[in-house]
Design a protein. Structure first.
Lengths: 561, 227
């Protein structure tokens, strides 16, 4: 087949298909959410409306746990995990599970965003299409990226943000081989959305006149967004931990979280749902609440998002970030207006927009995603200068307090965050069975030293594993350095058995052990090689010398394209 | 081109596990089709070149000629020959007479340089190892071109004071001439194995004829090689 032999053309063609499919998935969730809002909108003013987010979250949790048998989660870390560990392998059911569960959570009023579920769904679509075409890991990862980009491009009508987010957050590798198909998928995703929904910019805004005062003021805003980002990250993690320690059924916890959100929303309805209506009002400059209410809203939204996501609801943090970001921008604007009343500040919509960029960049620690996303969803290229500053400073500040972004923190802690072309990646790919050296001569424990000396003459290794002749069980290791002084005493030849001179306290490794762990153990004990033992039997030796050899090979192969 | 996974791994000198993983991860231009590795030879070779690997076609592996073919004492001694009634009253005289009897050289120059280096070695320390035996040899291997290692055995007419370690006069000289240190050690180990046997020393003292001598050496060679 022609396509088989041209990798790039193959990826571009399938990438376009994946982009279109994930665009459709994004559109489906969007329509679903609108339908849910319309359906439940009639009941929002009733006193019992606060339980609606609870019911939604509980249903979404039951759906994920009982029917789909998947844990809740943000979606994005799961995609990064599958890319890091399994070459982008994802289950088919993931392509629709999050759409339904997040529709239930968000549609009922839960404070979460539809983007991460759509990203996961798009990624799963890409992964499964790759499997249909029986592609290899590298191609599959590219298609997972295509799915992600198509979905994000469609839901925000922002093709560049889709591309940049995928490369910066999901794949972590800027290579032409990935960028080209992902860019094409982004185009197709956005195009599908425009065909079926019209070419709308998500948040239209007024014309802003950016003077140097704004650029200077945005430095303070960057600090504010960074602080709020760190606060949101920690609140989410705290809420996860608290809910983890409460021993209740998962759906019940989700329901409790949902009801708490409902209660907050009863008094401050702006925190409910994805919150795009509030963003629109803020960007247009028609949000009329005063400074205190806005400050309250920032914290209420952080709380509501923590209750929704930390307690088992399903959804992403993109939309909450945008809402909290615009609240932060607004708060900052109100604050500096009070501080310097004489200055003619630009419209508050501009600060709402910059706040969004600051928060997205801070939480994701992905400055480019923050910049491009906000420029695209607001169409506000004229704010690009302060936008870049806010994104860059916010990311840097957040990074110094939280070295790993909110999405990646768990993965980093568990050692699952493996970016291409890194030491961790190379070590994770190599397995013990690829490095084991099998040219050791195994000797029985009953052998006399005299016989051993003859065997020793034939081996070019310094290590001799000792085993039980009958059970083949590994008993210990003889290292020539340890017994050198006895080797030249023929008196001992007939009287000493190997059992008496072997080292039984030897550290061993298994075939499934992680190489990074093995290397740490070697360094700690100052060893250059260790025996590999499986099922109590000696398999071979693993040494730093061979490791360096294979490591270099692997590094060259992995970085060649 | 089609190969089994194992054959492909062997051709690239990597483990089958690595080969399988690289194919799965898409790092190598090879596909799996019906349990076979399918690839274009040209692109695989190009890829191997770019990745510091070498592709050796299966079956076309060059039979590596061992640097030093296994050689035993018998062969080396046959090449060197056995000589009797070597005359001389001192170390220098017997060495000169011994070297003159060696027939393995093409030119007089080679003989002279050997003679010189043997005497230099004796000046440093006697090669008389005791029990009436000496093993004259140069300190470092000499460049004799294509000549393989050989041992020339010389039975002296009269025992000579050789300043041996046990101060016994020497009756037998084994001229040990090798092209490399490794060959030298190899043959010296075998020779010393023989000389450890009291019976062999007695046998030497009887000044055996060449047939009996070579037979005995062949026997000892076999014992040395026995596990």
């Amino acid at each position: 087949m022609f396509f088989r032999f041209d990798d790039r053309l193959l990826l571009i063609s399938i990438g376009a298909l994946v982009g279109s499919c994930s665009g459709l998935a994004a559109l489906a969730l969007n329509r679903g959410l609108i339908a849910m809002f319309e359906l439940l909108g009639h009941y929002r003013h009733l006193w019992w409306a606060f339980i609606m987010p609870g019911i939604g979250a509980a249903l979404s949790s039951l759906f994920l746990e009982k029917i789909i048998k998947e844990g809740a989660g943000h979606g994005v870390p799961e995609v990064v995990y599958s890319v890091s560990r399994y070459g982008g392998l994802m289950r088919f059911r993931s392509s629709f599970s999050r759409l339904i569960s997040s529709c239930l959570t968000i549609g009922s009023g839960g404070s979460a965003g539809p983007e991460a579920p759509v990203v996961m769904s798009g990624a799963a679509i890409g992964s499964n299409i790759a499997q249909i075409f029986s592609l290899n890991d590298r191609q599959r990862v590219a298609l997972v990226g295509c799915g992600t980009a198509g979905a994000l491009a469609a839901i925000f009508n922002a093709p560049i943000a889709g591309l940049v987010f995928t490369i910066e957050v999901i794949i972590g590798e800027w290579s032409a081989l990935n960028i080209v198909p992902i860019a094409v998928a982004s185009v197709f995703g956005a195009q599908v959305c425009r065909l079926l929904q019209g070419n709308q910019i998500a948040f239209t805004h007024l014309q802003f006149n950016i003077d140097p005062a704004v650029t200077i003021a945005c430095l303070g805003l960057a600090v504010a967004t960074a602080l709020i980002s760190i606060m949101l990250t920690r609140a989410l993690r705290l809420s996860h931990r608290v809910s983890h320690h409460i021993h209740l059924p998962v759906w019940l916890k989700a329901a409790i979280g949902g009801c708490a959100v409902g209660l907050i929303g009863f008094f401050l309805p702006d925190v409910l749902g994805e919150g795009y209506y509030s963003i629109q009002a803020m960007v247009e400059g028609t949000f009329s609440n005063g400074l205190l209410i806005v400050v309250l809203l920032v914290f209420a939204k952080i709380l509501a998002t923590s209750f929704t996501l930390g307690w088992g609801g399903s959804g992403g943090i993109f939309a909450p970030c945008l809402v909290i970001g615009s609240f932060t921008g607004l708060m900052y604007h109100r604050f500096i207006e009070i501080l310097w009343p004489g200055v003619a500040w630009v419209n508050e919509g501009c600060f709402a927009l910059l706040g969004m960029a600051g928060l997205i960049s801070g939480i994701l620690q992905a400055p480019l995603t923050g910049m491009f996303l906000i420029v695209e969803i607001t169409g506000g290229y004229e704010v690009i200068l302060p936008l870049i500053l806010v994104s860059a400073i916010s990311t840097t500040l957040c990074h110094s307090f939280e070295p790993a972004s909110f999405y990646m923190k768990d993965l980093v802690e568990k050692g699952h965050f493996l970016r291409p072309r890194t030491d961790a990646r190379v070590l994770a790919d190599l397995s013990v069975s690829e490095l084991v050296e099998k040219d050791c001569i195994v000797v029985p424990k009953d052998m006399k030293l005299g016989d051993f000396v003859k065997i020793m003459q034939k081996s070019h290794r310094n290590f001799f594993p000792v085993e039980d002749e009958r059970s083949r069980e590994f008993l210990g290791l003889i290292h020539l350095d340890d017994i050198r002084e006895y080797l030249f005493d023929p008196l001992l030849y007939e009287t000493v058995f190997l059992e008496q001179i072997m080292d039984t306290q030897v550290q061993t490794v298994g075939l499934d052990d992680d190489l990074s762990v093995i290397l740490d153990r070697m360094d700690a004990a100052k060893l250059f090689s260790m025996p590999v033992v499986a099922n109590n039997q000696f398999v071979g030796m693993i040494s730093k010398a061979t490791l360096l050899d294979k490591y270099r090979n692997e590094l060259i192969v992995q970085t060649d394209h | 081109m089609k190969l089994q996974l194992k054959e492909l791994a062997a051709a690239l000198n990597i483990t089958p596990t690595t080969a399988e993983r690289w194919i799965r991860q898409g790092r190598i231009p090879v596909r799996i089709k019906e349990n076979h590795c399918v690839f274009s030879l040209a692109s695989l070779k190009k890829w191997a070149d770019a990745n510091s690997l070498t592709y050796t076609s299966p079956g076309a592996e060059i039979q590596q000629v061992p640097e030093n073919p296994v050689d035993n004492l018998h062969a080396a001694m046959e090449r060197g020959g056995v000589y009797y009634n070597i005359e001389g009253g001192s170390v220098e005289e017997v060495i000169t007479a011994g070297v003159n009897s060696i027939t393995c050289f093409d030119t007089q120059g080679q003989r002279e340089s050997l003679h010189e280096s043997l005497l230099a070695r004796e000046e440093l320390m006697s090669t008389g190892i005791g029990k009436g035996v000496a093993i004259p040899h140069p300190r470092t291997p000499l460049d004799y071109g294509e000549i393989p290692a050989f041992i020339t055995t010389c039975f002296l007419k009269n025992p000579v004071d050789y300043k041996s370690v046990d101060r016994q006069p020497v009756l037998v000289l084994f001229f040990l001439i090798c092209p490399s240190s490794k060959r030298h050690l190899h043959l010296l180990a075998r020779l010393s194995f023989c000389l450890r046997e009291e019976e062999f020393i007695k046998f030497l003292n009887q000044i055996p004829d060449p047939a009996a001598f070579f037979k005995k050496i062949a026997e000892l060679d076999q014992r040395f090689d026995a596990p």
